[in-house]
Write a protein that binds this ligand. Structure first.
Ligand SMILES: [Fe+2]
Length: 326
């Protein structure tokens, strides 16, 4: 689209330049809106394997191919998308009633993974885009969702939110809006995924109304059956493989559809995949993100896939319709 509106450059030689008659549109790198959506799973093992200064436990590595995929995603976020804000929907900030938006300006504290405290004890300190968070909550309320703005500065941010945000942007220099997972889907099967469509619509409206450039992060693993015993060395990669071939095949079925595009068929396939694999997408993050992007007629770019204690994890990037990597 930018080519259509591109104004020819004035000649370098020949003295005076002529001002273009119509103003050029802003380049793609500064245009507001949702500029990318990413499936960005949060297993604490990836942060443990990376040994960032914020995380107390130390490792000898592990899960490298997934971590390298995240490195490529980070480069795209920093160098191509250049967002004003990262908006994350995470399944372990569970709210029993309604959808909550973290509107605390500067959450700080220690995030501990309750099942793997020996892998993840992470000190966080980040900025919230409060204006956008409030706008999302207001739009969601306006569309009929039960919504709440979290204001308590003592909030302890869950590891799924911290995990996805660290892995997408370990410098933490981009403001954040974080959304809770209303846990209805766990009680009512996939019926409440329709509610995530509404939350997605509210998110898109708020991003456009506030003129932000936003990257969305859906903090979900795929197939979700996992081992119940840990090796002595947690990062012993000899022990890492898919939980079983059924789980793996279903992850591939979903990823092949993602790679093929468009996204519309995923509306039916995501609930089937949840049914077959106990996928963590049941929490709704992936549906929220694709709905916010208007279920674009594009293929997703699968940057990497690997298992973590047997669960399937993919890092995927979708661009909005009409844009592409130059
Ligand atoms: Fe999780």
């Amino acid at each position: 689209m930018s080519r259509v509106f591109r104004v020819p450059l004035a000649p370098i030689r020949g003295g005076a330049t002529t001002a273009p008659r119509t103003p050029a549109p802003p380049p793609a790198s500064t245009r507001p809106g949702i500029v990318a959506g990413c499936l960005s799973p949060h297993p604490p093992h990836l942060i443990y394997g990376e040994n960032p200064p914020q995380n107390e436990p130390r490792s000898t590595g592990g899960w490298e191919t997934l971590r390298w995929a995240y490195e490529r995603l980070r480069a795209r976020i920093r160098e191509v998308h250049k967002p004003d804000v990262l908006i994350v929907h995470a399944p372990h900030w569970i709210t029993m009633v309604g959808h909550h938006v973290n509107c605390v300006p500067n959450p700080r504290g220690l995030s501990v993974e309750p099942i793997f405290p020996h892998l993840f004890r992470y000190r966080y300190d980040f900025r919230t885009d409060v204006e956008l968070g409030e706008a999302i909550a207001d739009e969601a309320s306006g569309l009929g969702l039960v919504t709440r703005k979290l204001r308590d500065p003592r909030v302890r941010v869950d590891y799924a939110t911290i995990g996805a945000l660290h892995l997408a942007n370990p410098a933490w220099d981009i403001p954040v809006v974080s959304l809770s997972a209303n846990n209805n889907p766990y009680f009512y099967s996939d019926a409440s995924l329709t509610e995530m469509e509404v939350l997605g619509e509210a998110t898109r409206r708020a991003v456009e109304a506030t003129g932000r450039r936003a990257v969305l992060l859906a903090s979900n693993s795929l197939s979700h059956l996992h081992w119940h015993e840990e090796p002595e060395l947690p990062e012993d990669m000899e022990r890492e493989h898919p939980y079983n071939n059924h789980q793996y095949r279903w992850d591939m079925k979903l990823l092949e559809a993602i790679r093929r595009g468009p996204t519309a068929p995923l509306r039916d396939l995501i609930p089937e995949h949840i049914e077959a694999t106990a996928s963590e997408t049941k929490a709704g993050s992936l549906t929220w993100m694709l709905a916010a992007m208007g279920w674009p007629k594009v293929a997703g770019d699968v940057l990497g896939y690997g298992t973590i204690i047997g669960t399937g994890n993919a890092i995927v990037e979708w661009l909005p319709e009409g844009s592409h990597h130059g």
